[in-house]
Design a protein around this ligand. Structure first.
Ligand code: FAD
Ligand code: NAD
Length: 466
């Protein structure tokens, strides 16, 4: 078969690239080694983790927070197999949706492992071992990523687990050690903490979610401590080993002391690595950098003309919506269009409760760049809506250029900020000033009023409810 575009990998990068290519009139194939489409995000990432976050949050609220609303709950219990079944159904329904979209857009889905024979020729090894070859004028590599491990972990056992394992544990553990205080460690750690697990998080840096604005890490830490999670920052892990029915982690703290942790399981959540196994990129003249990511230029094209790469496998923010955007971008470049991605305006969200969201520059980045800026900070406490919802834990921080008032970064911690950050992204895209947002009517009573008030604060120190 001959295709205009062959996409390798059906994650959010790949399936979106396939749809956009088909929309633009190109004959498109999508190659995926698993029968289930959707990649990491749908099968073992965004979607199952959010399903468990939502279920565990409902349980936690019923147990700890309903009483304040005057709701008594008796006989509250966790049906873990049902929680898992619901998660599986959410995955299955979402995956089925991708299959539907492929059919609707006339994309040929080829099941098997795709590898380059040379640029323009791909071999697909089917699950039954059979092989077929296709020709493709253009290829988009979207082969994604896998969990990274630590070089000091040499032992493989049931108790040293990845995020994939943590989404499907047979039982709720009594004690969980989490290595890494990033998105996965905190989202999945908080799932289990809400369900009653004692969760210890060991983080190498001196802050949680260290790539986000520092204020957010501090707020989140304080909040997660309240649900019983314990944090060990500035701790360097030295060993991780299974001893019978336990896993033991030894770490060194800032003072150089050895600290021992014992758990039923240890979730290693220290980032993800690019995945290019079996792809044979070298046969197509595609280069990898020293960290194993595929190298691309500003057109997302590899060294080999006609071969593009997108999503986690090229590095940058390892986020589903970044991969999706790059999928559309690559398809449009192939079709001769001139698309654009504003990487500064890609929102980052952590789906703990309260949530954390940010877009644009962090305060640390502005300081590092020597940029003159001003801040506006507004807490959820005075918000009527927050009080009504019993969700007064929250803060919105805006960073604006000191001279022009242009918004440079927006960082939020609190209920519903995962959705609220969208307004900040629009503002950044349109180069809005803090005053612009301050002059826009925001519905009352909503959490969004906090963003407006923070902008009023930044533009002229004139928040109304402060
Ligand atoms: P992937 O989704 O990894 O897909 C790659 C696909 O390519 C896979 O299906 C793989 O089987 C296939 N493949 C690889 N090689 C071949 C080959 N040679 N032949 C055929 N097929 C191949 N991001 C967010 O934005 N929001 C979240 O809430 C979020 N939550 C997450 C939670 C967890 C627990 C994890 C692990 C990740 C989460 N992420 C989240 C990150 C997100 O899942 C990734 O950024 C995203 O899936 C990357 O998309 P991708 O298309 O680049 O690659
Ligand atoms: P991460 O990069 O977000 O966090 C890893 C954390 O581990 C960092 O804080 C890092 O300092 C720490 N760390 C690294 N080595 C360590 C060590 N030896 N000891 C202690 N701590 C160590 O990675 P992740 O949480 O594994 O997530 C992987 C990817 O998936 C990320 O790119 C993330 O953006 C993405 N993801 C996104 C979401 C979301 O958007 N909500 C959710 C889950 C995952």
């Amino acid at each position: 078969m001959k295709y205009d575009v062959a996409v390798i990998g059906s994650g959010p990068g790949g399936y979106v690239a396939a749809i956009r290519s088909a929309q633009l009139g190109m004959k498109t194939a999508l190659i995926e080694k698993y029968p289930s489409l959707g990649g990491t995000c749908l099968n073992v990432g965004c979607i199952p983790s959010k399903a468990l976050l939502d279920s565990s949050e409902l349980y936690y609220n019923a147990k700890m927070r309903y009483a304040a609303h005057g709701i008594r709950v008796q006989g509250l219990d966790i049906d873990w197999p049902q929680m898992q079944r619901r998660k599986e159904k959410v995955i299955a329904d979402t995956v089925a949706g991708i299959r539907f979209l492929m059919n609707k857009n006339g994309v040929d889905v080829l099941e098997g492992i795709g590898s380059f024979v040379k640029a323009g020729i791909l071999a697909i090894t089917r699950p039954d071992g059979g092989q077929e070859r296709i020709e493709a004028a253009h290829t988009i590599i979207a082969s994604g990523s896998k969990p990274a491990s630590l070089p000091l972990i040499t032992q493989g056992g049931d108790r040293i687990i990845t995020s994939t394992d943590a989404l499907a544990l047979k039982k709720i553990p009594d004690r969980m050690i989490v290595i890494g205080g990033g998105a996965i460690g905190l989202e999945l750690g908080s799932v289990y903490a809400r369900l009653g697990t004692k969760v210890d998080v060991i983080e190498f840096m001196d802050s949680l979610i260290p790539t986000m604005d520092r204020t957010m890490g501090k707020e989140l830490q304080r909040s997660l401590q309240k649900i019983g999670m314990t944090f060990y920052l500035s701790h360097r892990v030295q060993s991780v080993a299974e001893h019978g029915s336990e896993v033991e982690v030894v770490a060194e703290n800032k003072a150089g002391e050895r600290v021992k942790f014992a758990g039923d399981v240890c979730l290693v959540a220290v980032g993800r690595r690019p995945f290019t196994e079996n792809l044979a990129p070298e046969k197509a003249g595609v280069a990898l950098n020293e960290r194993g990511f595929l190298e691309v230029n500003e057109r997302l094209e590899t060294r080999q003309p006609g071969v593009f790469a997108i999503g986690d496998v090229i590095g940058g923010a390892m986020l589903a919506h970044k991969a999706e955007e790059e999928g559309m971008f690559a398809a449009e470049v192939i079709a001769g269009q001139k698309p654009h991605i504003n990487y500064r305006a890609i929102p980052v969200v952590v789906y703990t409760w309260p949530e954390v969201a940010g877009a644009g520059y962090t305060e640390e980045e502005l300081k590092r760049d020597g940029r003159a800026y001003k801040t506006g900070v507004y807490s959820y406490k005075p918000l009527g809506r927050a009080r009504a919802a019993n969700e007064s834990e929250g803060v919105v921080k805006v960073l604006a250029d000191r001279a022009t008032d242009e918004l440079l970064g927006v960082h939020m911690f609190g209920a519903r900020v995962a959705d609220m950050i969208a307004e900040a992204v629009v503002a950044l895209e349109f180069h809005a000033s803090a005053e612009d947002i301050g002059r826009i009517v925001h519905a009352h009573p909503t959490f969004t009023e906090a963003f407006r008030e923070a902008c009023l604060m930044a533009s002229d120190n004139r928040a109304i409810h402060a």
